[in-house]
Design a protein around this ligand. Structure first.
Ligand code: C2E
Ligand code: CA
Ligand code: CA
Length: 770
């Protein structure tokens, strides 16, 4: 095997080929023994000492070859081409000696000895040895050639040298023998070469396949036609808590699943389900995915498909992270993240399902719960405290409700509670009463002791006759009623509420038409100066004459307009009418216009006032804007800023209904005000109640140093006026005593009127002084 050969045969094939040369030492030594014996026999028969020399040479060759065999067989396999090549060369060296010794024997027997037995022995030996040349030495073509030459040439030469025609022909015929042996050896070699190469290739492929199989993140199990594992990878072994994939081989799906059950990973019923699913998938040859949740919280997704040649393939994957993410998303979509209660959508789904099943004749209840004045907690203490309160309420609700009751947070401070299987109205009432009792009381939120107070509305219905949406609408109507009745209570829905609601909806539609078609009008109520008893100003009050219902109070339609978002249109209309009319009145008469807190939502209000003044030509100093405390105290809006801008226009600002809201005198000086109007509720019992009188006096006395003028509203009797004149001494008074609201022209004619009370008061004053 020369260097050229080195390039032709890959070293990993060459090495095993060289190794085959040293494989069968035993038959070789038997052969050598037989050959030595035969040579000895020939020597014994004819006594020719040359045979003895050959026999001794044979013994020596045998010893050399055997030692050479032993040497290499005791060493590990060669790893490099060079090592292998050295072994081959050694082999050839001793093999050649062997061949030459045999050749010498043959040449001796055929040509020199001229002995029949020696001749036959030579031919027999040649034939016997020739058969093993190819079989033993195919691994080394050089050895094959050398041995063939060493064996055939001496015989041929011997025959040729005999000289007679028969022996010459015999000698010539032995030449093809040489080629036949070489050819045979090469064929064996090629066949083996192809086989070894293929095996190497297959091994390499198997290694790659194994590597791919065992490094994949999926577990894989391949089943043979008998349904037992034929191939498995490391991940599969890992899942089954087995050390090596080989330990899985030969087991059935059932056996593997039962192992999972025995290990406490699978429930027996899951095991049956998975087996059924996988077997079905394998049978149908369709891709099917089965999600399996293990006892340790892990989730695996199994896929089964039929492979080629009846090999079924089951792969599985740890999808724990995905399943957990999906669960989280599902949870977030279904539950309110502050309280952990079901949200609106999920509540709807849950109740919808509950109502669709079971006895449709049963009664169920639904209650809506709304915290009272929650907005002020948010506004004054901040949203985190507001959130804390909501959380505390949710906790109490969750603690008090029993089985069959579902609580949900609908957003903001609104909770919805569903009662399945209610016996009757009193059963529902007692459950809601219990909730109200449990809910009440103080709760500590971030160091603030907050009182929980709520209003509620509830409805009781037969499942067959209703649905979730209808129940929610009715509970909401009942809640409105409860709020109207002064909060901190709950009401059960009654049909009349729906009627009122429907009327309200109808009224809203009519109000929209009235606003659009200028169906409103403005009347003016005199405001009288205490010192002169003449009209100093008039309050513009809006009126709506409903075509069917007659005059509707502004205390009803103004909140409706606010709710509908059309209050700004109403205000614009009143502002324009008031400014236009006032411009026609004597110069000493001013006008007051009420603006709603909602008018101060954006700065349009300033433009609106500016425009009303400009288009009517009224001096800004003759216009007064009345605002309520709620508008002024809304910290988040820019109301204060807008009011200051209005003041800069020259318009005066009055605080309306003083005493009905927060009524703290301490903040009066901080607000951009010119006047306060004391609500008529203060005056109502002033004739009987000295405390009310003291309050009135106090407010007036405190306002004066702040540069605020004071109007007292609701003066209905002379008695009240007398007390005001003698003791309270406000700047202005307003009330039915001076007449209710009139048309604009009525004011014009009354503008110079001096009320006769002036004289009476003077008399009264004198009487007290006396
Ligand atoms: P307000 O601003 O306090 O207006 C005074 C209300 O008290 C008027 O009722 C008036 O008729 C009534 N009143 C006057 N003197 C007496 C009296 O001596 N005794 C009694 N019992 N009541 C008296 P009205 O016109 O029904 O208005 C009710 C409320 O509607 C007003 O209260 C005001 O808040 C609102 N409002 C009226 N017109 C408008 C408007 O154009 N715009 C806005 N935003 N609100 C308006
Ligand atoms: Ca007013
Ligand atoms: Ca008022």
């Amino acid at each position: 095997m020369n260097l050229k050969r080195k390039n032709e045969i890959p070293v990993d094939v060459y090495i095993p080929f060289v190794e085959t040369l040293f494989r069968d030492g035993v038959t070789l030594s038997i052969g050598i023994l037989a050959q030595t014996f035969l040579i000895g026999l020939v020597w014994w028969k004819n006594g020719d000492p040359r045979y003895l020399v050959v026999a001794i040479a044979m013994v020596l060759v045998g010893i050399f070859r055997m030692r050479n065999f032993q040497k290499y067989n005791s060493l590990p396999s060669p790893t490099t081409w060079e090592e292998a090549h050295k072994r081959e060369n050694d082999y050839i060296l001793y093999g050649s000696m062997h061949g030459l010794t045999l050749g010498a024997f043959c040449l001796l027997g055929i040509y020199f000895a001229r002995d029949d037995f020696a001749e036959i022995a030579s031919v027999c030996l040649t034939l016997a040895t020739a058969t093993s040349i190819a079989g033993r030495n195919y691994g080394s073509p050089r050895m094959v050639t050398i041995l063939t030459l060493a064996l055939t040439w001496p015989i041929s030469l011997g025959f040729l040298l005999r000289g007679d025609i028969y022996h010459v022909l015999l000698g010539l015929l032995s030449a093809p023998f040489l080629f036949a042996i070489r050819k045979f050896a090469n064929t064996v070699r090629d066949v083996l070469f192809a086989a070894v190469s293929e095996e190497k290739k297959a091994n390499r492929l198997a290694q790659r396949f194994n590597r791919a199989l065992n490094t994949m993140s999926h577990g894989l199990v391949m089943l043979g036609p008998d349904g037992r594992v034929a191939v498995a990878n490391a991940e599969a072994a890992h899942l089954m808590s087995l050390k090596s994939p080989d330990a899985l081989l030969g087991r059935s799906i059932h056996g593997l699943l039962m192992r999972g059950v025995a290990g406490g990973m699978l429930a027996p019923k899951d095991c049956r389900y998975i087996e059924a699913q996988l077997t079905r998938a394998l049978r149908e040859g369709r891709d099917r995915k089965v999600l399996v949740s293990l006892a340790n919280g892990q989730h695996y997704e199994f896929s089964a498909r039929e492979g080629s040649q009846e090999l079924g393939v089951i792969t599985f994957e740890d999808v724990t992270a995905r399943v957990e993410a999906e669960d989280k998303i599902r949870f977030m979509a279904r539950y309110d993240n502050l309280t952990g209660l079901p949200n609106r959508a999920y509540f709807h789904e849950l109740i919808g399902e509950a109502m669709a099943s079971g006895d449709l004749e049963r009664l169920c209840g639904l209650a809506v719960l709304d915290l009272d004045d929650f907005k002020s907690v948010n506004d004054t203490l901040g949203h985190p405290v507001g959130d804390g309160l909501i959380y505390a309420v949710a906790e109490r609700l969750a603690a008090v409700v029993g089985p069959g009751v579902t609580v949900s947070r609908f957003g903001g401070d609104e909770f919805m509670i569903f009662f399945d299987r209610v016996e009757d109205e009193s059963h529902l009432s007692s459950q809601i009463d219990e909730i109200f009792i449990e809910l009440q009381g103080e709760v500590d939120v971030a160091g603030h002791g907050l009182r929980i107070q709520a209003s509620g509305g509830a409805v009781l219905s037969r499942v067959r006759d209703t649905d979730v949406d209808a129940m929610i609408v009715k509970a909401d109507l009942a809640l409105h009623k409860a709020k109207e009745l002064g909060k901190n209570t709950w009401r059960l829905f009654e049909a009349s509420m729906e009627v009122a609601f429907r009327n309200r909806q109808l009224m809203k539609a009519d109000l929209r038409t009235a606003v659009e078609s200028k169906g409103l009008r403005v009347v003016y109520q005199p405001i009288v100066a205490m010192s002169t008893m003449r009209i100093a100003s008039c309050e513009a009050l809006c009126r709506w004459d409903h075509p069917d219902l007659g005059p509707i109070s502004p205390s009803i339609f103004i909140p409706l307009a606010e709710e509908m978002g059309i209050i700004s249109e109403v205000s614009t209309f009143v502002l324009h009418a008031a400014c236009t009319e006032c411009a026609k009145w004597p110069a000493q008469t001013s006008v007051s216009v009420n603006l709603s807190a909602k008018d101060f939502r954006n700065r349009d209000v300033i433009e609106k006032v500016r425009h009303a003044l400009a288009s009517s030509g009224l001096a800004a100093g003759r216009l007064e804007i009345e605002v309520t405390e709620t508008a002024l105290l809304d910290d988040k809006s820019l109301t204060r800023q807008y009011i200051e801008e209005l003041k800069r226009l020259g318009v005066r600002i009055a605080l309306d209904d003083f005493g009905t809201g927060y009524s703290s005198l301490s903040y009066l000086h901080k607000l951009p005000l010119d006047k306060i109007k004391i609500d008529r509720s203060f005056l109502m019992d002033v004739t009987q109640n000295s405390r009310s009188l003291e309050l009135l006096k106090g407010i007036v006395n405190l306002s004066r140093p702040l540069g605020l003028s004071v109007t007292v509203e609701g003066v209905e009797t002379f008695e009240q006026l007398k007390i005001l004149a003698l003791q309270v001494k406000p700047d202005l008074v307003q009330g039915f005593l001076f007449g209710s609201a009139l048309s604009a022209s009525g004011i014009e004619t009354m503008s110079s009127t001096v009320w006769p009370f002036a004289k009476d008061i003077k008399t009264a004053r004198k009487a007290t002084h006396r």
